[in-house]
Design a protein around this ligand. Structure first.
Ligand SMILES: Cc1ncc(COP(=O)(O)O)c(C=O)c1O
Length: 377
């Protein structure tokens, strides 16, 4: 049965189960053909209400925080492969409890937490920075000079620190398999001397395996070649690929306003609250039934319901004039969108407190794991 958008109470993010299962199936095929581990990067999608579907496909989880690691444990039933730019002393024990693998971002972090981690059943890795990425956008390029991510080959030096069992790199963004091939060549050149000592190599995310033109056979060949050459197990942790083009944000027009010849449809959703990438990137989403602006056709901005002057995007053209009550359906609004309206990466939310000059600080509200979890499903 096709989706009847008029039956959906708005605003609502709607995942299409069929599209989701298609993606999960494509990724499972790659996982099985190359005999590798594939993790769901929770930072891109962690609406655990649909995890029972994910569980049917046997993927692991990649976490960026104690919140994501705990969610993986509770709702996907797996211990996470965890990486964060830095771990806080107060969280490291819990992170280790919910993790099977942990990657450190710097040699300082490795030395600081090695003792605690070394006493547990957790495999330890280092995030390395190959200083190479073909991401066309700086905001998604973790390898630019000055990057805060990973240890460079020069910083690592020789020998490999005792206790390091794996390398983790993440350099790609919505990339094809040729981009991975290019990264692997640089990775091998810069870090290859250590590969025989590693149990695993995590090749990060950014592989848009479910994209229309993605050459999955080429990916499988690259992975098998790498495995045949070295003895390390391979891990991929894509995020977007799992929920790429699997759903919508369904909204309703509340009013149409006009100013200086510009017509704006006021929606019951907001770009800044519910689609922050659109303003951050900026990224203009597709709207079902609309096109880019066309002269002679009814043309509108879409205006958010918040007070932010910049909470709008434009312009789209439609076949007919819009009116209050019409549905506006934003396409591909699942990966990174639903998580960004919560606590992105599971990052701990700042507390709220008040300072009084006589009595000092009073903590009013602290946010916890349940606050994080309850906003996702
Ligand atoms: C370390 C790491 N792994 C995996 C991912 C997932 O990447 P993608 O959603 O592009 O596949 C990201 C995204 O930022 C990341 O930083």
């Amino acid at each position: 049965m096709p989706i009847d958008f008029n039956k959906i109470p708005t605003p609502c993010y709607v995942i299409d189960e069929l599209l989701l299962r298609n993606n999960l199936e494509l990724i499972r095929k790659v996982k099985e053909a190359a005999a590798i581990d594939v993790l769901v990067a929770f930072k891109a999608f962690s609406n655990w209400g649909v995890f029972p579907i994910f569980k049917e496909y046997g993927f692991g989880a990649s976490a960026s925080s104690v919140n994501e690691a705990r969610l993986a444990f509770e709702e996907l039933g797996v211990k996470a492969h965890t990486y964060s730019p830095a771990y806080e002393d107060k969280q490291i024990v819990d992170i280790l409890k919910y993790s099977s693998h942990i990657s450190f971002n710097s040699l300082n972090q490795f030395r600081k937490h090695f003792k605690t981690a070394g006493h547990r059943d957790v495999s330890i890795g280092l995030r390395v920075n190959p200083e190479f990425s073909d991401s066309p956008y700086d905001i998604y390029n973790p390898c630019k000079p000055g990057s805060r991510f990973g240890v460079t080959a020069e910083q690592l030096g020789d020998p490999l620190p005792e206790g390091v069992e794996g390398f983790h790199f993440h350099t790609l963004f919505e990339a094809d398999s040729l981009a991975l091939e290019n990264v692997l060549a640089v990775f091998e050149k810069k870090f290859g001397r250590f590969f025989s000592k590693l149990k695993w190599v995590n090749m990060g995310g950014g592989h848009l395996i479910t994209g229309k033109n993605y050459d999955r056979n080429h990916l499988v060949k690259l992975l098998i070649d790498f495995k045949n050459k070295y003895d390390a197990g391979i891990i991929l942790e894509p995020g977007s690929a799992f929920t790429y083009q699997t759903g919508y944000l369904v909204s309703t027009i509340l009013d149409i306003v006009e100013n200086n010849g510009i017509k704006t449809a006021i929606l019951d959703v907001s770009f800044t609250c519910h689609m922050p990438d659109c303003l951050e990137m900026p990224y203009k989403p597709a709207i079902l039934g609309a096109t880019e602006q066309k002269v002679g056709k009814p043309t509108y901005r879409m205006g958010g319901i918040s007070c932010l002057a910049g909470d709008f995007m434009g312009n789209w053209s439609f076949d007919n004039e819009l009116k209050p009550g019409d549905r506006i359906i934003f396409d591909d609004m699942i990966h990174y969108t639903t998580v960004k309206t919560t606590m992105f990466n599971g990052v701990h939310h700042p507390s709220i407190g008040i300072w009084n000059k006589d009595t000092g600080f009073r903590l009013i509200k602290e946010f916890n794991y349940q606050d994080y979890k309850n906003r996702l499903s």
